[in-house]
Design a protein around this ligand. Sequence first.
Ligand SMILES: Cc1cc2nc3c(=O)[nH]c(=O)nc-3n(C[C@H](O)[C@H](O)[C@H](O)COP(=O)(O)O)c2cc1C
Length: 313
Amino acid sequence: MSGTRTNTSLRPNLAVEVAGIAMKNPVMPASGTFGYGEEYAPFLDLNNLGAIVTKGLSLKPKAGNPTPRIAETTSGMLNAIGLQNVGIDVFIKHKMPFLRETNTPVIANFFGNTLDEYGEVARRLSEIPELAGVELNISCPNVKQGGIVFGTDPQAAHQVVRVVREQLDKPLIVKLTPNVTDITVIARAVEEAGADAISCINTLTGMSIDVRTRKPKIANRTGGLSGPAIRPIAVRLVHQVVQAVKVPVVGVGGIMCADDALEFLIVGASAVQVGTANFIDPTAMQTIIDGLENFCVAHNISDIRQLIGSLEL
Ligand SMILES: Cc1cc2nc3c(=O)[nH]c(=O)nc-3n(C[C@H](O)[C@H](O)[C@H](O)COP(=O)(O)O)c2cc1C
């Protein structure tokens, strides 16, 4: 054996597994902040990521909300993009060919406006062999039931996950909304309905006003708050969810650097997603992956999984 391999063997193991999806490291983009992957290829090597998570897909293409639909806030941003996306057909025809060339697992985020639509998109996604798994966004209103948001009602959340589970033969990650009184009730409902993992959190509903015009800063009036401002809330919610369910949890919310990602791992997240940070620095995820490795080396940790759920109380 050549002696040149010695250094490599000292590198910590960053690999994790979420819902049966093997990842080289625990870092992946948060849906909607990384396009369909290709947009970021000029900035970082997609093969270095733990997984690629796509923009939320729907049955038909969606134009999204009127502009302005993004506003910067203190330590965060508000967005009301309105789930603009190319739709499942264009995704399969024009986005998957690029994605299937990477050796990183691809996770398709998706949503629907009715139970039937959720089921139909799940069925179509099942037909894409190269998809490693899906992430179900349940932060959407059910247009057939008075606009109740699926993810804010335990019964509706259970029902939508069950419908998707029946149509899907891939690992299913269910993404929770923080806009609820007790997230653990929803987490248990989606676990019972067949979720293989849970990601949390989606954005928190917020509002911001231009005091000179006295108008909301975004045309939709309200939007989803993301970025560092929400991180302590996200860490708390992940901490609660980890204790409520047995399935793995993916932590999302305001991660800007490796230390932020570590907070989520320590409270028990098996992996993390990076969102708003990608808009500030498109290489943020690579810096975070390198930072996690450096942290492990500095603290004599041979396997990052030793950190997961290592919270001291
Ligand atoms: C511009 C924008 C678009 C988003 N689109 C989606 C989406 O399509 N589906 C989804 O589940 N979450 C979406 N999200 C929520 C993010 O995936 C993430 O949960 C949230 O932004 C919190 O993480 P962050 O603070 O790191 O950005 C979006 C967020 C932003 C800022």
